[in-house]
Design a binder for this molecule. Structure first.
Ligand code: 6GU
Length: 232
């Protein structure tokens, strides 16, 4: 997979990509990420990338020319899946990550300031938001999208079972995990996990997933119950 990130803050993105599982995937060549500072594509001599909104109002708006020029400089941009990161986008979910992990080439545009000139959207396929809160820019959202997508690429998670057991793949939150020591400051690991009784452990974990999901994510719990009803 190839990923191009269009941003005004490359130094917010680049160092993060070198770390952990994504860093290793880049080193191993499973993904190639390029970070492009679209300020370099501003057509004017002051390299201005924003301007006042037509119609008035607070803040500044990202101009269309630097973005479209930077996009057109990306090799193969025509066939890439082109995504704008903005709080105005459709919600990003694990299912979006699964879909994107099947793409050959992604282009991610990080918005900033009050917004992006609406005409930019004609050059992109979709707009995506990572949740109902406002970030100062799309960089952290782009990193979340890259991280969640790259970990699903074949061979990136060396333990293949681990992405199938993900929280949202099953539609439930995960069960609680424990490791050594067996007792810490008087807090014991649940007895069943030490029993070696595989069926009892499986049943306990399933119940914990349901309890936790019901308490924390009633929306996911209700959907899970509906799905089970339909299956009969
Ligand atoms: Cl994609 N961008 C910004 N600026 N804020 C966000 C977001 C994106 N998703 C949630 N909040």
């Amino acid at each position: 997979m190839r990923i191009d990130v269009l941003t005004l803050f490359p130094e917010m993105v680049e160092p993060v990509l070198g770390q952990s599982i994504v860093g290793r995937a880049i080193e191993e060549g499973q993904v190639e990420v390029r970070v492009v500072d679209f300020r370099e594509y501003s057509p004017d001599k002051h390299k201005k990338v924003d301007d006042m909104p037509f119609g008035g109002g607070p803040g500044m708006v990202l101009r269309v020319e630097p973005i479209v020029r930077a996009l057109r400089a990306i090799e193969g941009y025509e066939t890439a899946r082109k995504i704008i990161l903005t709080p105005q986008g459709s919600p990003y979910t694990q299912s979006t990550a699964r879909t994107l992990s099947g793409e050959k080439h992604l282009v991610l545009l990080c918005g900033h300031y009050e917004g992006i000139d609406e005409r930019v959207s004609d050059y992109f396929d979709e707009e995506v938001s990572i949740g109902d809160y406002v970030l100062t820019g799309g960089e952290i959202a782009a990193l979340a999208l890259i991280d969640s997508t790259v970990r699903l690429l074949p061979g990136v998670l060396h333990n293949a079972a681990s992405s199938d057991e993900d929280t949202f793949s099953a539609g439930l939150l995960e069960y609680p995990q424990y490791t050594r020591p067996r007792v810490f400051e008087g807090k014991s690991v649940p007895e069943v996990l030490l029993s070696g009784h595989h069926e009892a452990i499986r049943a306990w974990r399933e119940l914990e997933m349901l309890k936790r999901t019901k308490a924390r994510r009633k929306d996911l719990f209700d959907r899970h119950v509906e799905k089970r009803k339909k299956k009969g």
